[in-house]
Structures are given as structure tokens and as C-alpha cells.
Design a protein around this ligand. Structure first.
Ligand code: NAD
Length: 414
């Protein structure tokens, strides 16, 4: 059987919510398709002196609510299909959090682990110059994603600024603080996710103290989520990354594991019991946090999931088929567009700071992050209860109703 494309899976999620609210079919025709996709060839002189040509993409899915906003991913599996799905999810996420943005995503097909820093810099700068015609602080604002960092954002910002002839800090978010990056941005997605878990337990009148959590993907999102959740009293009993997986029924020492990942870039150098990498998904836990890549929980393994809740740190980790299986098994899935929205919330604050030239203290950033995440959680909880639909469907309903309202005023050009 041929696997369905990721963009088709993303469309299915949209159709489900659209059917539930009987969305105007004309609007659905607009929302089911990306607004614009740019595919570019990126020739780079490698350190060996040979030229290699990479393929890159930038998809701007929708801009009805404001400039397109979304990360840039460097990974060998990047495709136009994946970038389109990720850009759609960004559109719904920004709307759900009521940010004045549409959605975008970009990526380059490459393996950054096999490239030197200077090759990555040339790759980033050339990619930026190739997508320059559709970039701008009021057009499309990139941010980090898988295997891109604040340094990548600094190169994009510098390249854009060199072309324009003036320094433009509001062209990217997730940049280093010295260039106008926001305090609290690096931790924001993991922190936001931990706030959602806290609210979930509060709403269910359960204590987080001692709750068992497993995390797939111990990068920016998974690592920070682990830190904040352990500070809230939860026990992180399993964690994995590309290198493998570790378990400890008494709870892993998260600060020590973070230090290990900082030093060795992998979890398995940390002492502890190792298990098969995929088995992190099947641990007996209260919360499973997939925080690596999409399509990790699918129809072939959804039956083996052994948790009460899945809180999606990654974008698109659960396929629609798996969603149905999990719902029938009464496992609650807190969708990506809510659970991992902390990053784009603080990205928005970073953009506001860069545009205004006024910079905020971390406490102010975190207070605004908390306000937005809690508000969105409550809206989704209410909608899910009122309509007796899944959390994902409820989150899509809130997001799509907002975009529908924008179209009601703006109309369809011309
Ligand atoms: P990252 O590059 O910092 O971390 C990715 C982690 O996943 C790494 O630890 C990597 O080793 C691990 N990984 C890769 N393949 C794996 C596998 N098969 N099994 C287990 N682990 C694996 O990336 P990130 O920024 O943390 O992003 C992770 C996910 O979160 C992505 O889906 C991304 O789109 C999403 N996301 C990120 C942000 C953000 O602010 N960084 C915001 C929202 C959503």
C-alpha cells in the first residue's frame, strides 16, 4: 500500500473540522491549497572545491491574517510535500494563538551533520538570496526548525541586510539576543508545551507530581520540555534522540542529560539503561511527548501506545489513521498546533520588539507566553467539550473560524 502524502494527511485534518462547522465550501477551496511554493537550486562550493547543487523550498500557505511565518528545516528527508504540510500547520497554529500571521515553512534537502560550518553558512546565504523575492518583515519571516539554529538565523538576517543595504533584525526570529533576538525564545516551545501539560492536569484535577513522561526527540523542544516538566515535579522516565533511547523508572537526571547532549550531541553517552529507539513511544506513562519528526505514530504502531495523553511537541507526529485508533482507545491527543505553539508566540514577541526597537525583560516575555498558551488551551478545551470532538478537531475549529471571519471582511480578491 502506498503511504499517503503528509500534505494529504494535513488536508484530512482540515476537512474534518470544516465538516464539523459546515465551513463555506468556497472558503475550503482556498484553505485546502498553498498560496505559493518556491523551489530553488542552491549551488555551493564545498570545502573540497567541488560544487554540489542542493534543492530548497519555501512554501507560503496563507497570508490572510498577516505575513507568512514559519521555520526552515535542514534534513535529508525534506520534500515539497512535507514543507507544504508544515506550512499549513503553521497557518492554523498562528490563527489558533490569535497572532497576526499566516503560515509558511522552508527547507533544504541536505544532511547538516555531514557538512562543515562554512559549507552550512554558504548554503544558508545562497538559499536566502534565492528566496529573497518572497522574503520580508511584512511578507515572510523565517525561524529555526529541525537542525537549524540561532546561528542559521543570523546568517539569513545578515544576507538579507546586505542585499537591502541596511540592518533588518525583523526579517527572522530565533536569532541571537545580541542581534535583537528575544529573551526566552530558545526555551519558548518547550516551556509552552510544559504549560499545556500543566493546564491539562489542572483541568482533569490531577497532580503532575510524579507523573511519568516519555519524550521522543531530545532537541530544542524535547530537551526544554523535559527540563520545565521535571521542574513542575513530573518524572521523565524515557528519552530518545537520533542516536538511541534511555529509560529510568525513577526518572532521568534531566540537567545531567541536557549537559551530555550539549557536549556529545546524543543522549546515549549518558549512563543508563538503553532500549530500542522506537520503543520510547511504547512506554507505560501518563504523557507521551513526540518531539522529533512527523508521522511517528501511525496505524501500524498506534495500538502499542501505552499512555493516557499524547502531547505533540513535533509537528504532525500522529497520522489521521492513528488519531482515530487513539481516540477509540480513549487516549487524548493534544495537537501540535496548540502544544508546540510557544515558539511562534515568542517569535511574534521577538518580531514586535525588533520592529519597535524596544526590548523586553524575560519575565515580561514569559508572562505573555503563559497568558496566550493558557487562553488557547481553555478555548480548545471548551470547544472540544461543547461539540464532543477531539482536541485536534476543536483546535482546528477555533483556528479556521478565525480565518473564515477574516475572509468575510476581506473577501476574495479581485
Ligand atoms: P532539533 O533539531 O533541536 O531536535 C530534533 C531532535 O529529534 C534531535 O534530538 C534529534 O536527534 C531527534 N530525532 C530525529 N530523528 C529521530 C528519531 N527517529 N527518533 C528519535 N529522535 C529523533 O529540532 P526541534 O527544533 O526540537 O524540532 C523538533 C520538532 O518540533 C519538529 O517537528 C519541529 O518542526 C517542531 N517544532 C519546533 C519548534 C521550535 O521552536 N524549535 C517549534 C514548534 C515545533
Amino acid at each position: 500500500m502506498i503511504e499517503e502524502s503528509t500534505a494529504k494527511k494535513a488536508q484530512k485534518q482540515l476537512y474534518k473540522a470544516a465538516k464539523e462547522i459546515q465551513l463555506d465550501p468556497n472558503l475550503l477551496k482556498i484553505l485546502e491549497k498553498p498560496m505559493r511554493i518556491l523551489k530553488v537550486s542552491i549551488p555551493i562550493k564545498m570545502d573540497s572545491g567541488r560544487v554540489k547543487v542542493f534543492t530548497g523550498y519555501r512554501c507560503q500557505y496563507n497570508n490572510a491574517k498577516g505575513p507568512a511565518k514559519g521555520g526552515v528545516r535542514y534534513h535529508p528527508d525534506v520534500t515539497e510535500d512535507e514543507v507544504t504540510a508544515l506550512a499549513a500547520w503553521m497557518t492554523w497554529k498562528c490563527s489558533l494563538l490569535d497572532l497576526p500571521y499566516g503560515g509558511a515553512k522552508g527547507g533544504i534537502v541536505c544532511n547538516p551533520k555531514n557538512m562543515s560550518e562554512s559549507e552550512l553558512e554558504r548554503l544558508t546565504r545562497r538559499y536566502t538570496s534565492e528566496i529573497m523575492p518572497i522574503l520580508g518583515p511584512h511578507i515572510d519571516i523565517p525561524a529555526p526548525d529541525v537542525y537549524t539554529t540561532s546561528k542559521t538565523m543570523a546568517w539569513i538576517m545578515d544576507t538579507f541586510s546586505m542585499f537591502k543595504g541596511y540592518t533588518e533584525p525583523s526579517i527572522v526570529t530565533g536569532k541571537p539576543e545580541i542581534l535583537g533576538g528575544s529573551k526566552g525564545r530558545k526555551e519558548a516551545t518547550g516551556k509552552g508545551l510544559s504549560l499545556i501539560v500543566r493546564e491539562l492536569f489542572k483541568a482533569e484535577k490531577k497532580s503532575l507530581k510524579g507523573a511519568k513522561i516519555a519524550i521522543q526527540g531530545f532537541g530544542n523542544v524535547g530537551g526544554h520540555a523535559a527540563l520545565f516538566l521535571s521542574q513542575l515535579g513530573a518524572k521523565i522516565v524515557a528519552a530518545s534522540d537520533e542516536s538511541g533511547a534511555l529509560v529510568d523508572p525513577n526518572g532521568l537526571d534531566i540537567p545531567a542529560l541536557l549537559d551530555c547532549v550539549e557536549k556529545h550531541a546524543c543522549v546515549i553517552k549518558h549512563p543508563g539503561q538503553q532500549i530500542e529507539r522506537e520503543d520510547v513511544l511504547f512506554q507505560d506513562v501518563d504523557v507521551l511527548i513526540p518531539a522529533a519528526l512527523e508521522n511517528q505514530i501511525h496505524r501500524k504502531n498506534a495500538d502499542k501506545i501505552n499512555t493516557r495523553h499524547i502531547v505533540e511537541g513535533a509537528n504532525g507526529p500522529t497520522t489521521p489513521e492513528a488519531d482515530d485508533i487513539l481516540r477509540s482507545r480513549k487516549i487524548r491527543v493534544i495537537p501540535d498546533i496548540l502544544a508546540n505553539a510557544g515558539g511562534v508566540v515568542v517569535s511574534h514577541l521577538e518580531w514586535v520588539q525588533a520592529i519597535s526597537g524596544l526590548y523586553w525583560e524575560e519575565a515580561q516575555v514569559n508572562a505573555e507566553l503563559e497568558r496566550k498558551m493558557v487562553k488557547a488551551f481553555k478555548e480548545v478545551w471548551k470547544r472540544s467539550t461543547e461539540r464532543n470532538v477531539s482536541f485536534r478537531c476543536a483546535a482546528y475549529i477555533v483556528a479556521i473560524e478565525r480565518i473564515a471571519e477574516v475572509y468575510r471582511y476581506r473577501g476574495v480578491f479581485p
